[in-house]
Design a protein around this ligand. Structure first.
Ligand SMILES: NC(=O)c1ccc[n+]([C@@H]2O[C@H](COP(=O)([O-])OP(=O)(O)OC[C@H]3O[C@@H](n4cnc5c(N)ncnc54)[C@H](OP(=O)(O)O)[C@@H]3O)[C@@H](O)[C@H]2O)c1
Length: 258
């Protein structure tokens, strides 16, 4: 049985990915900060006759990704599928944002994701088999006033993942970049943008639906997958519209409404 390592598996999309991998008989390594929530998820998924290992870690605390890698190596757990899903956003003007929020986003969304990829990819290449899915966002296709750092981190994830997918082509390993749009999870509340136009008025997608799109994308080895036709259309339109207009619209959808 193949083993999937999923970061941010205690809730939201990561939890849904875990359920899908368990359904299809994958052993799991689940990572997040909340050990109690991970234990609950593990108990639920073990009922499907898969092995579930939980590791409670804050991935923003260096050198956590290396610690995670070393622990799995010492237990001879080979990771066949890496799902770099853990991520968070913070709402507000950059100048007013705390250093914890600014650098925490960069640390989790960019550095931890890059480090885990750096650690696990060479082993996959040596085995000529493996799958990596990096969870970006439709936010990565344009600048995002009021969430400037978050949008920029997701632009990095898209660029990095598409470049890697090209580098590893024909190697037996695939790299998928998955881009959800607004989705009903704990994300908006943590980000502080649950009152934004995009979440309150334009509407967010169902988390199970979105996770299924991501699961299919990684299992098919697709390079880039955007969940939802409307999100795909918006992502395409940003390529042709003037940048200033794209940025203004991006701000408009992030603004809070009553
Ligand atoms: N929901 C959306 O609208 C949306 C849209 C586009 C993209 N995304 C992306 O989808 C991914 C999953 O987000 P979600 O919507 O499922 O949000 P979520 O419900 O808030 O889940 C985030 C997960 O990441 C874990 N996590 C957060 N900080 C962590 C840290 N420092 N170390 C380790 N784990 C950490 C959380 O668990 P603990 O709190 O237990 O650590 C949780 O399991 C993120 O990369 C997000 O950027 C979400």
């Amino acid at each position: 049985m193949a083993t999937a390592l999923i970061t941010g598996a205690s809730s939201g999309l990561g939890y849904e990915f875990a359920k899908l991998f368990a359904r299809d008989h994958h052993n799991l390594v689940l990572v997040a900060r909340s050990g109690d929530k991970l234990a609950q998820v593990a108990a639920e998924l073990r009922a499907q006759n898969v092995t579930v290992k939980t590791i409670a870690l804050d991935l923003t605390a260096t050198p956590t990704p290396k610690f995670l890698f070393d622990q799995l190596q010492s237990e001879s757990v080979a990771v066949d599928i890496l799902i770099n899903n853990a991520g968070f956003g913070a709402f507000g003007e950059f100048a007013q944002m705390s250093n914890d929020e600014i650098f925490g986003q960069i640390q989790l969304n960019i550095i931890a994701l890059t480090e885990l990829t750096r650690l696990f990819l060479p082993l996959m290449l040596a085995r000529r088999s493996g799958r990596i899915m990096n969870v970006a966002s439709t936010a990565g296709f344009q600048p995002g006033p009021l969430m400037a750092v978050y949008y920029a981190t997701k632009a990095y994830v898209i660029s990095f993942s598409e470049a890697l997918a090209n580098e590893v082509r024909n190697s037996g390993v695939t790299v998928t970049c998955f881009c959800p749009g607004a989705t009903h999870t704990g994300f908006a509340k943590r980000a502080g943008n649950d009152k934004s136009r995009v979440f309150k008025q334009l509407g967010a997608m169902n988390v199970e639906r979105v996770a299924l799109d991501g699961y299919r994308a990684v299992m098919e080895g697709r390079g880039l997958a955007i969940s939802g036709v409307h999100n795909w259309l918006v992502a395409q339109s940003t390529r042709f519209a003037p940048r200033k207009m794209v940025t203004a619209i991006s701000r408009w959808i992030s603004e809070p409404i009553q």
